[in-house]
Design a protein around this ligand. Structure first.
Ligand SMILES: Cc1ncc(COP(=O)(O)O)c(C=O)c1O
Length: 474
């Protein structure tokens, strides 16, 4: 690379041209077969490309076929439009390229500060070192469940780190059917066994029934198991339901089990005063998983785990090989002693930049813009003769289905099931679907503050036209 400056400036121009042109292009389109095959099957070049040709290739074959989540008419899954400051932070983090495993360099200290900021944003008590950035909430959940497992077994005299699980007391965990699949994955991966993740009844609207939780814990104890973990959702992925966190915390405290909150999608909703009271009790958890790469609009690859007691993480994960010299400036040790990764990317800088560029009030305003757009969409759906709400809109996900007068549930379900893909193929808005209480639903996830009335109206118009195509009545 001859001229680094010219090259990086050109790359920055490509990035801003990409972002600037997003709403003139389809929100999403299929990658043409030739392009996809070319990307998969391309030959490893023997010699290096000219920098301008390299950037041109990225623009033509990669930037031209995005997932769509930067676009204001993207309502799919839980994927954010990246904040410009977050993009700049990601670029500069890559330029420095430390391993944030630990040591005496700025990225390590910045991560401590940023984790504290995240704790402050959601009102979780924090002592320095009680949390870390991860690749996402799935990884944060594995780290939390691993610590909960270690604590529970150690209390019975069983050191799982030393002895493994064979012959250990049988652990049981608790959550509703609406809990995110990453919890099941963590339970599987940590050798606890999916059958030991008890599905606790809910109140009919996706909120964990704490009486049922109490009973399930008592029944398992009676049967000789070791209940060790309950998970509450601060915003489920399908409907955004927030579990009764304070009540779950009380059951966990009385039962002596670890209380984990999955706030990956929804925890930052607490910043909107209109819905903040739904989150009461989140601050009582032993751990909270959150995702800066969702609602905080940090470029993908950044989750966060907050824990009440940092000692629990270090006791679970600290395994320091001889080749690593502990040159940290404080007694907290390395981040790699608090989680699973050894080499860790500089995640703190994009998070810091995306927060510092807006400040607390700016972030809160962005969150409130999304929740209020969701309430508006809820209103539009409620009065639309072609659609019905499938659940209450609690945070910023609106779950709804096609249900015009004169069609039965089976036909409504058939159309709703195929609707998301048909809408996506039309290229003007992007939405995804799920199953809720056994029935297909469209779920519009609003985490982009740029979404306005025009996009909401467009979503319903596109859904109506796509449904007409599916029914053959267009
Ligand atoms: C509620 C919830 N929990 C956990 C996750 C997993 O997060 P990640 O994709 O960052 O691993 C998601 C992802 O959408 C989610 O919505």
């Amino acid at each position: 690379m001859t001229d680094v400056r010219e090259f990086l400036e050109s790359a920055a121009r490509s990035a801003s041209a990409h972002l600037g042109g997003l709403d003139e292009r389809p929100v999403w389109q299929r990658v043409p077969a030739g392009v996809a095959e070319g990307l998969v099957g391309q030959e490893l070049p023997e010699t290096g490309a000219d920098p301008a040709a390299l950037l041109g290739d990225i623009e033509r074959r990669v930037l031209a076929y995005p997932m769509g989540n930067g676009h204001p008419a993207f309502f799919g899954w839980v994927n954010a439009a990246p904040h410009p400051a977050g993009i700049a932070g990601a670029l500069l983090a890559a330029a420095v390229n430390p391993s944030s495993a630990g040591g005496d360099h700025a990225d390590v200290y910045l991560e401590r500060g940023v984790v504290r900021w995240i704790a402050e944003l959601v009102g979780f008590p924090h002592e320095t070192g009680a949390g870390l950035l991860t690749s996402g909430a799935s990884m944060a959940t594995i780290v939390a469940v691993g610590a909960a497992r270690q604590r529970a077994l150690l209390a019975t005299g069983w050191d799982v780190r030393e002895r493994g699980l064979s012959g250990a007391p049988r652990l049981t965990a608790y959550a509703t059917a609406e809990v995110h699949s990453c919890v099941g994955k963590a339970i599987e991966l940590l050798g606890i066994g999916r059958a030991n993740l008890r599905v606790v009844a809910d109140d009919g609207a996706g909120h964990l029934d704490t009486a049922a939780l109490r009973e399930a814990i008592a029944a398992d104890r009676e049967a000789g198991a070791l209940p060790f973990l309950a998970v509450g959702s601060a915003g489920t992925v399908t409907t955004g339901a927030v579990d009764p966190l304070r009540e779950i915390a009380a059951v966990c405290a009385e039962s002596g089990i670890w209380f984990h909150v999955d706030g990956a999608y929804g925890a930052f909703g607490v910043l909107d005063p209109a819905i903040a009271d739904r989150y009461a009790g989140m601050e009582l958890a032993d751990s909270v998983a959150l995702d800066p790469h969702k609602w905080l609009q940090v470029p993908a690859g950044v989750g966060c785990l907050l824990v009440r007691d940092r000692v629990q993480l270090r006791a679970t994960y600290s395994l320091v090989p001889a080749y690593l010299r502990d040159d940290s400036a404080d007694e907290l040790g390395w981040y790699s002693e608090y989680g699973i990764e050894q080499t860790r990317p500089f995640r703190a800088l994009p998070v810091w930049a995306a927060l510092a560029a807006r400040g607390r009030s700016g972030v809160a305003a962005d969150i409130a813009a999304c929740t209020s757009a969701a309430r508006r969409l809820d209103e539009l759906v409620a009065k639309d003769p072609d659609f019905e709400l499938a659940a209450d809109t609690e945070v910023s996900i609106v779950a709804f289905r096609f249900s015009p007068a004169g069609i039965d549930d089976a036909e409504a379900d058939r159309i709703t099931r195929d609707l998301a893909v048909r809408i996506q193929q039309r290229g003007r808005v992007f939405i995804t679907d799920s199953l809720y209480r056994g029935r297909p639903v469209l779920r519009a996830c609003l985490i982009n503050p740029a979404v306005g009335e025009a996009e909401l109206l467009l979503l319903l118009e596109e859904a109506r036209e796509a449904a007409a195509e599916l029914r053959g009545t267009e």
